[in-house]
Design a protein around this ligand. Structure first.
Ligand SMILES: Cc1ncc(C[n+]2csc(CCOP(=O)(O)OP(=O)(O)O)c2C)c(N)n1
Ligand SMILES: [Mg+2]
Length: 208
């Protein structure tokens, strides 16, 4: 795992690996009863890395996530009860709360410009919060990431990217799609993990 230099731990993460796995297992079971009338994207296998990364994120910071947001939401302080309600309401891919400051989007790269604008506002208003934006390895290859990264570094904005590399874009190997040699920018959180579940759903119904 890569952690940017000059960052210190600011948070004692209270949620355990077992609690995270247990949450997703419960959602998986509910989904298979047909009660959730929208896609879900479950996490598994990256608990240890995420718990470590969230020790650098203050409960007062902003967190931006993607379609696979349950672990990020729980680790940033959204309660299991509240998150279950949101998911049962069909909003697994769009978990958004004011307290804690959490935003997620189902659009590849969709949260990046919003995270950038938030970081710009924080700097202009001389506030102390930081912005953390979680992206997958394919999202990391998009043009919007590279523009936002450049802008945030040139203007010294309080924006940190976390790249979660499962080397898959739905089911396409990202390294083959881009004929990619590994090169990750220095000031970025980065970890690799092996995806243990399908891109979406639980594997027991029709998948795309
Ligand atoms: C603009 C847009 N194009 C395509 C999709 C379909 N899509 C959803 S996730 C995904 C792959 C993303 O891969 P990665 O960034 O590595 O994230 P992972 O799911 O592996 O965490 C794609 C192509 C989308 N949601 N939005
Ligand atoms: Mg991926």
């Amino acid at each position: 795992m890569k952690i940017p230099k000059n960052l210190t731990r600011v948070n004692k993460v209270k949620i355990s690996i077992e609690e995270l796995i247990d949450f997703e297992d419960k959602i998986k079971k509910i989904y298979e009863t047909g009660k959730i009338l929208a896609p879900i994207h479950l996490s598994k296998g990256n608990e240890k890395e995420l718990i470590d990364i969230f020790s650098y994120i203050s409960p007062n910071d902003w967190v931006f996530s993607s379609w696979r947001s349950h672990y990020h939401a729980l680790l940033h302080g959204i309660s299991k009860k509240k998150l279950t309600e949101i998911i049962l309401n069909g909003k697994s891919m769009g978990v958004i709360t004011k307290k804690p400051k959490f935003y997620s989007s189902s659009i590849v790269g969709g949260s990046i410009p919003i995270a950038l604008g938030t970081a710009l506002a924080i700097k202009k208003n001389k506030q102390k919060e930081k912005v953390f934006c979680f992206i997958g390895d394919m999202t990391y290859e998009t043009g919007i990431f590279h523009e936002a990264y450049k802008y945030s570094r040139n203007f010294k904005l309080p924006l940190h990217f976390v790249v979660e590399d499962n080397n898959l874009s739905t089911n396409t190997p990202t390294n083959k799609a881009w004929n990619k040699k590994s090169s990750i920018k220095k000031d970025i959180f980065y970890y690799k993990y092996k995806r243990q579940l399908p891109h979406h759903g639980t594997g027991n119904w029709v998948l795309f």
